[in-house]
Design a protein around this ligand. Structure first.
Ligand SMILES: NC(=O)C1=CN([C@@H]2O[C@H](COP(=O)(O)OP(=O)(O)OC[C@H]3O[C@@H](n4cnc5c(N)ncnc54)[C@H](OP(=O)(O)O)[C@@H]3O)[C@@H](O)[C@H]2O)C=CC1
Ligand SMILES: CC(C)=CCC[C@@H](C)[C@H]1CC=C2C3=C(CC[C@@]21C)[C@@]1(C)CC[C@H](O)C(C)(C)[C@@H]1CC3
Length: 524
């Protein structure tokens, strides 16, 4: 047993002994459910918090003075610091020691960070050049003729890359998605408070947009004889359209952000043109209530990815070669589930790093509009061009793997989202959490979030593997997604760790001691 755990137990015991029955009843669940204060409530100074502060101050060697301990208590025991369970009902809780963290740290998240992420401006420059090149290279390496890691024969004619029809399809799709997004249907949801500004409002009608888009595709093909295989035929030309469009949009956003107010700027805004173009200078660029980042993250690219898969399915069905292509049907089904779920739980994205922290620059713009639709559909395209036959037991095992990944992914994302929206949600009453120095922000330390610090990444990685396995093992390229995704998520976990350490200071270190593993319990 670590020192940490041992000391936590003894502290919990000493707290329990000193509590009177009266205090116990004060904290009874029914009473608390009634109290269930909103996150905006003013801090209370209850006898309970006074008694815990004594324990805290005593158990905190690094607390400089009693006065600072009292100040810290005020800071820590904000309105959201009410415990989820009455003290006496709790088992000695390993989450307790976090209360006894050094208390001098303040939230510093609003300060701009140095231009150090992604290797600074130089790293950003290489990302801007190399990532679009990767989209081309992977898609040129994996074609109908062959799909290997060998150096590809590169199409040389300009018409292989540019086509006016592809431009019309790309722009038409984008405008169609804008129209669906601004329709006054679907609920309006408040985002998280960021940078001390008012919560922004977001219209969530993504699931409706997905349904309308899929119906439009079906109707287009059935009644207007739209040839859906055009998407496959103009593949490289569509990629160019998406990349050029994302460059233009990022440039417009960058220029616009030069006149943005300081508090509208992203945390990473540094003043360096290349770095800011990559990371995004403005946090939430908007025209009226239309939010570019929220829109691009979930609509044109994500729905476009599913639409592309549907075009591949229609083509496979039409050509009859290798039909019924069960692996293709299965992977398209998995990916449809993933996207439909993202749009069904659209408001959950409001508590993600992208919406809260990232600016909207080339990284997200290109990632959303080009990287996602044209690389995440690699497995379905591979299966269309190279049909595989898998035994039923292999297909069943892959389906099971996808479901396990999905349960972890959705379960953990929903748990965190519910907790961030309302820490007093009765559905979360069984979970433990620990306070931080940021008023209103506790950290979950049990349930999914007690297993590791990024259970949602774990689920997502399992899902990613399940998308590639039906492609068999004849080529490594269909495994590009899980390999890239693992690197992305490990890097993302490191970035998130740095941001949270900045924000929560020593409380974050205590949290990391409590929840030791990053993504894979007992491994990493
Ligand atoms: N398919 C794809 O290409 C990609 C998918 N994703 C998926 O998107 C989802 C969101 O990812 P991402 O935004 O990176 O990460 P998270 O949704 O995990 O958000 C991280 C934030 O959650 C909060 N948090 C962390 N730990 C806790 C805790 N114990 N209790 C409560 N809040 C906590 C912190 O913010 P705070 O405390 O400020 O609230 C932290 O900054 C994931 O499921 C990921 O797999 C991500 C990238 C790419
Ligand atoms: C290499 C490169 C260009 C990186 C850009 C990263 C982006 C591709 C991803 C950053 C975060 C993303 C998320 C999703 C898609 C990929 C990007 C944009 C997401 C919308 C997928 C669906 C999920 O359910 C999600 C909503 C949780 C997720 C949010 C993050």
């Amino acid at each position: 047993m670590s020192n940490f755990t041992r000391s936590s137990r003894s502290r919990s015991r000493s707290r329990s002994r000193g509590r009177s029955p009266g205090r116990k009843s004060k904290a009874s669940p029914s009473r608390k459910a009634k109290q269930s204060p909103s996150p905006a409530r003013k801090p209370r100074s209850s006898s309970k918090s006074r008694s815990s502060s004594k324990t805290r101050a005593a158990a905190t060697p690094s607390t400089p003075t009693r006065q600072s301990a009292r100040l810290a208590e005020k800071q820590t025991n904000g309105p959201e610091e009410v415990e989820k369970k009455p003290e006496m009902e709790r088992k000695p809780s390993p989450a307790r020691p976090a209360v006894a963290t050094p208390v001098a740290d303040k939230p510093v998240a609003d300060k701009p960070v140095a231009d150090s992420e992604f290797g600074g401006p130089v790293g950003a420059f290489f990302c801007i050049v190399l990532l679009p090149a990767t989209v081309y290279v992977i898609n040129i390496m994996c074609t109908e003729k062959s799909c290997t890691l060998a150096i590809p024969s590169i199409p040389k004619k300009l018409s292989n890359y540019f086509d006016s029809k592809a431009v019309m399809i790309g722009l038409g799709w984008f405008v169609f998605q804008v129209v669906l997004a601004v329709l006054p249907v679907g609920k309006v949801v408040s985002g998280q408070p960021v940078k001390g500004l008012q919560r922004l409002q977001y219209r969530c009608n993504g699931f409706i947009a997905l349904m309308v888009s899929l119906v439009a595709l079906g109707v287009g093909q059935a009644y207007f004889k739209v040839d859906l295989s055009t998407v496959h035929t103009l593949w490289l030309q569509l990629i160019t359209t998406a990349i050029v469009f994302s460059v233009v949009l990022s440039l417009v956003l960058y220029i616009r952000a030069r006149s943005a107010k300081p508090n509208a700027l992203a945390f990473a805004a540094s003043g360096n043109a290349i770095y800011d173009f990559w990371m995004g200078r403005e946090l939430n660029p908007r025209i009226g209530s239309f939010d570019w980042k929220f829109f691009c993250e979930l609509r044109p690219g994500l729905i476009g990815w599913v639409a592309i898969n549907m075009c591949f399915l229609a083509e496979a069905y039409g050509s009859k070669s290798g039909w019924p292509n069960y692996p293709l049907i299965m992977v398209c089904g998995f990916q449809l589930l993933y996207v439909a779920d993202a749009l069904w739980s659209e408001e959950a994205i409001l508590t993600t790093m992208d919406i809260i922290h990232e600016g909207f620059g080339f990284m997200l713009c290109f990632g959303d509009l080009a990287w996602v639709p044209f690389l995440y559909s690699l497995q379905p395209r591979f299966l269309l061009e190279h049909p595989q036959s898998l035994p039923w037991w292999a297909l069943s095992a892959v389906a099971l793997l996808n479901m396990i990944g999905f349960l972890i992914f959705r379960g953990s994302n929903s748990q965190k989202n519910m907790f961030r929206k309302n820490p007093y949600d009765p559905a979360l009453a069984h979970l433990e959490s620990m306070p931080t120095n940021v008023p209103g922000k506790r950290l979950l330390v049990s349930g999914w979030w007690g297993l590791c610090r990024h259970p949602n990444y774990l689920g997502d990685l399992i899902i990613g593997l399940a998308w590639s396995l039906p492609c068999g093992f004849s080529s490594l390229l269909p495994y590009f997604y899980p390999i890239y995704f693992f690197i992305l998520l490990v890097h993302r976990a490191m970035r998130d760790d740095a941001m949270c350490r900045k924000k929560y200071g020593a409380h974050w270190d205590h949290y990391c001691e409590r929840v030791k593993y990053v993504i894979i319990p007992y491994v990493y």
